[in-house]
Write a protein that binds this ligand. Structure first.
Ligand code: DHB
Ligand code: FE
Length: 291
């Protein structure tokens, strides 16, 4: 049986990818941020997932305003890196897993989540920045990736509740795949940020901290946050945080927070990062460590 072992929440700010690609990770502005992800890279190297489900949003790169799917699942064999205006990032293309992704689509649609099937798609910073932060700069990515692109660009984005329920359906879908696979699911974007207009640069550390706390303490409270509340309290782009609720929903009731990092500034974003292990995986690790 395939199983989800952990969820990763992380911001996906494009400037982080640019800083990495241009050799700036040791500069004073960026060093504290990249240092904060060192323990996570170690965690990931140990976890060695077979597949990553990357919940992210496309920022008008794969999709333009002609078609905006609410939930789009990438079923391709390979996803090329999008050119976001300054050339594609010099990172490897992302290897997909068409059979597993098709199974997820089938299970989710039969479970009444009508996914858009995407057989060809380029991926942007929403996906590649988290890959860099957690996997560094390998010649080829060490895991297959199933991209799940969520519309948080044009109103109306799906509610937090809908996203949480989709996460639960993803757990069921993964667990109905016969092959033994270790799956890690990412929720990317956020945390508080507004990148344009009068309130550009808005950060709400209290909001972000409460959100991080409640991922393990009280996810049901997070699910109740309405879209307008994200906007008012944490800026226009904070709505990206609904994608973290897909990740959280996919982990089941009990999780263990094993790592957290929060950092301002990084471009316009309150950078938040968390690693939540499922109770089963956490106990299994503890047993191994004690043996
Ligand atoms: C920034 C953050 C984002 O999530 C994004 O998609 C684009 C820009 C920023 O902080 O600059
Ligand atoms: Fe974004």
């Amino acid at each position: 049986m395939a199983r989800i072992i952990a969820g990763i929440g992380t911001s996906h700010t494009p400037a982080i990818g640019a800083a990495f690609d241009n050799g700036k990770t040791a500069e004073p502005y960026w060093k504290p941020l990249f240092d904060g992800y060192e323990p996570s890279k170690k965690w990931m190297a140990e976890a060695k997932p077979d597949v990553v489900i990357m919940v992210y949003n496309d920022h008008v790169n794969a999709f333009d305003f002609k078609i905006i799917p609410t939930f789009a699942l990438g079923c391709a064999d390979m996803f090329e890196i999008a050119d976001e205006g300054w050339g594609a990032r010099p990172v490897p293309p992302v290897k997909g897993y068409p059979e597993f992704a098709s199974h997820l689509v089938q299970s989710l649609v039969l479970d009444e989540f009508d996914m858009t099937i995407v057989n060809e798609m380029q991926v942007d910073h929403g996906l590649t920045t988290p890959m860099t932060l957690l996997f560094g700069a390998p010649k080829a990515w060490p895991t297959r990736v199933v991209p799940l692109a969520v519309n948080v660009i044009q109103y109306p984005a799906p509610t937090g509740h809908r996203c949480y329920m989709l996460g639960k359906a993803i757990k069921r879908a993964v667990e109905s795949w016969d092959e033994d696979l270790k799956v890690v699911i990412f929720g990317t974007g956020g945390m508080s940020h507004q990148i344009q207009h009068k309130r550009a640069g808005l950060i709400n550390k209290d909001f972000d901290t409460r959100f991080l706390d409640n991922l393990s303490k009280d996810p049901e409270a997070l699910v109740k946050i309405q879209p307008i509340e994200y906007l008012r309290e944490a800026g226009n782009e904070a709505i990206e945080l609904v994608m973290w609720l897909i990740m959280r929903g996919a982990l089941g009731d009990k999780v263990e927070e094993v790592y957290r990092f929060y950092h301002v500034p990084a471009s316009s974003t309150g950078v938040g990062h968390i690693i939540l292990e499922t109770k089963a995986y956490h106990d299994e690790r503890a047993k191994k460590a004690a043996a």
